[in-house]
Design a protein around this ligand. Structure first.
Ligand code: PLP
Length: 368
């Protein structure tokens, strides 16, 4: 890769392939693989990522909202797409794009069946979500009869899968709770199978679930962050490759004297002669103010430089005292080192939030 001359998010599609193969290798060969590409594929680019995953033979894709699924269909993606959190106002357009809803409550199920009547569909695929302890979205175990009552004898709808979501799959202190979720999901699944007289695809595990509870892989897994290079665990992170690298450049260098201040509200006061650099990257690009004032570090020519003062909308300033560098030099914000996970942790947040927050203003470039 030539050195960058502006702020870019570099997306390594080879790393995506590597991560997919690594995660796949931890599963039974017959287990289906659903790739979660919501939120622009965790801040990268949902279309390019979905295209690559489709080429790799992925079984299913998932997005959070209907509009995200439509963008994939408009780009020619043919793989089945599960919409995890559809709103009923979008049901008509969702059906027109053959996107498959997660139905998670009596209200949403009834509204979907109502919408389906207008569309003259046969066996339209739907997914039923159960709440087993996360208490976010999902039917309760004792809703099974209600659901079956609603869909029984109807040929316009088909339950292709049932699923649930773990609350703490990355936290081994919560093993007991996770086991109880697994048991509860098993019980629901066998009840549905019995009463429905068919066997929908069952799926429960996210990335950390794949790592920590492979015995609960059922028929499919739903993997997000692992594909993008993070396993929520140091041992696994070593085997995955972050697909995204945020790079920028030095716009200007200043030499400041003791007592001078840097940035808005004069938040940084220099105690000595310092050298500072201004970067074309700010909170409007997704590097929030919580990374300022000495919390986070970036890398220039292999050397660590802290962010000083308040992060501005379009810029931030770093202390480069003692680092050999010049205007125009490349700056690594996160990537291989520091990783997004490490960068995020300096401000008490997680890779998921940092990655999905990189705004659409930042140019995405792709390495094949
Ligand atoms: C986002 C999401 C996932 C993916 O989780 P990761 O931890 O990124 O693997 C899986 N299932 C559901 C329901 C989700 O909302």
């Amino acid at each position: 890769m030539p050195r960058t001359r502006e702020t870019v998010l570099e997306i390594d599609l080879k790393a995506l392939t590597h991560n997919y193969r690594f995660l796949r290798s931890r599963l039974h060969s017959e287990t289906k693989f659903l790739a979660v590409v919501k939120a622009f594929a965790y801040g990268s680019d949902s279309i390019r990522i979905a295209q690559r995953l489709e080429a790799l033979g992925i079984d299913y894709l998932a997005v959070a909202y209907v509009a995200e699924g439509i963008a994939l269909r408009d780009a020619g993606i043919k793989t089945p797409i599960l919409v995890l959190h559809p709103q009923s106002v979008n049901f008509d357009i969702m059906i027109a794009h053959y996107l498959e809803p997660s139905l998670y409550a009596p209200r949403i199920l009834k509204e979907f069946l109502e919408a389906l009547k207008k569309h003259n569909q046969k066996d339209y695929p739907v997914h039923i979500k159960f709440n087993t302890g996360l208490n976010r979205l999902g039917f309760w175990e004792n809703d099974v009869d209600f659901i079956l009552d609603q869909v029984k004898g109807k040929n316009d709808v088909k339950i292709v899968s049932i699923f649930s979501h773990l609350a703490a799959s990355e936290d081994l202190n919560e093993k007991g709770f996770t086991q109880s979720q697994i048991e509860s999901f098993k019980k629901i699944a066998s009840e549905v199978n019995q009463k429905l007289e068919c066997s929908p695809i069952r799926h429960l595990l996210n990335t950390s679930g794949i790592i920590n509870y492979p015995e609960a892989q059922f028929d499919m897994v739903r993997c997000g962050i692992g594909l993008y290079g993070f396993g929520n665990e140091a041992k696994i992170d070593k085997q995955l490759k972050p697909i995204a690298t945020l790079k920028t450049i030095i716009s200007q260098i200043h030499r400041i004297e003791p007592g001078e201040t840097v940035g808005y509200n004069r938040a940084f006061t220099s105690q000595s002669y310092r050298v500072t650099a201004t970067l074309p990257l700010g909170h409007a690009d997704g590097i929030g103010r919580h990374y300022g004032n000495g919390k986070a570090f970036v890398k220039i020519n292999g050397k660590i430089a802290p962010i000083i003062g308040n992060v501005c909308m379009d810029m931030l300033m770093i202390d480069i005292t003692g680092i050999e560098c010049k205007e125009g030099d490349e700056v690594i914000v996160f990537g291989q080192d520091p990783s997004a996970e490490k960068f995020a942790s300096t401000a008490n947040t997680i890779s998921y939030e940092l990655l999905t927050g990189i705004s659409q203003r930042v140019k995405r470039i792709f390495m094949e």
